[in-house]
Design a protein around this ligand. Sequence first.
Ligand code: ARG
Length: 272
Amino acid sequence: MPTRRRYLMCPPRYFTVEYSINPWMDPGVPVDTELALAQWTALKDAYQDLGHTVETIEPQPGLPDMVFAANSGTVVDGRVLGARFRAPQRAAEADHYRRWFLDQGYRDVVMPTAINEAEGDFAWTGELLLAGTGFRTDPEAHAEAQEVLGVPVVSLRLVDPRYYHLDTALFVLTESGGGAPASVAYYPEAFSPGSQRVLRRLFPDAVIATADDAACLGLNGVSDGRNVILPTEAKELADQLAHRGYRPIPIDVSELRKSGGGPKCCTMELRE
Ligand code: ARG
C-alpha cells in the first residue's frame, strides 16, 4: 500500500555541468537548463499527483548541483542530520539546506563532522539505515549517523565509480512495518563481495536489477510503497516491479543524468 510522503526539492534554475566529480559529468557536453527544469517539474508534478507533499528550497547561483536535494540531509523521526560534501564545489549547499530546516522550525538539526552526502548514501528501510561508502560519504559518518539519529546503521561498500552514491545502486521499495520486512531493489555488482553478502542476508527477496537498469541510473528510484518513480530507460526494472505488484511510473530525467542524477537525487524525504 502507498503511504503519503513529504519531500523537499530544489528547482534546477542554475543547473549546469561545469565541473566533473563523477564519471557521468562531462563539462564539454552542453546542458539545456530549461529542459532540466521541465523534467524536474514533471517529477514534482508526479509526486503531487500521487498525493505527496513537495516543499521547495530556493536554488542559488553558482551551485549547479543544488537540485540534488537528497545529498543535503537525512531526516528520520523529524531529526535532521545535515551534509558535509566531499567536493569543494558543492560545500556551500549544506548551509543553505541547514538554514531551510531552521526556518521551517526544525529544532533538532545537527551538522556532521565527517564527510556525509546524506540520502545520496543513506537509505532508510523503516528499521535500519543502509549506509554507503567508498566514493563520497566517509565510514565515520555512518557511526555519526547512528549516534545522531539513534537508528541502527549498516555499512555497505560501493566499488564501481559510476555508482558513486548508494542511491545510484539501491533503493527501498517498501519500508518494514506491521511485522513485514522491508523490500529493496539493487544492483549487486555495485557493491563489494562482503556487502553483497550482507544485502543477500538482509533482503533475500530483493529485486535484482540488471546492468542495463543500473546504467541508466534506474536504481535512483523513489517508491511510496506502491508507486515507483524511475527513469524511463529502466525498462527491465519496471517490468520486474510491475510483476511484483508495484506501479512503475517512468520519468524522463535525461538532462539531470548528465550530472549523474535521477529522480531520487532530486528528492529528500522529510520523515516526521
Ligand atoms: N553531480 C552530483 C554529484 O556528483 C550528482 C549528485 C547526485 N545525487 C545523488 N543523490 N546521487 O555530486
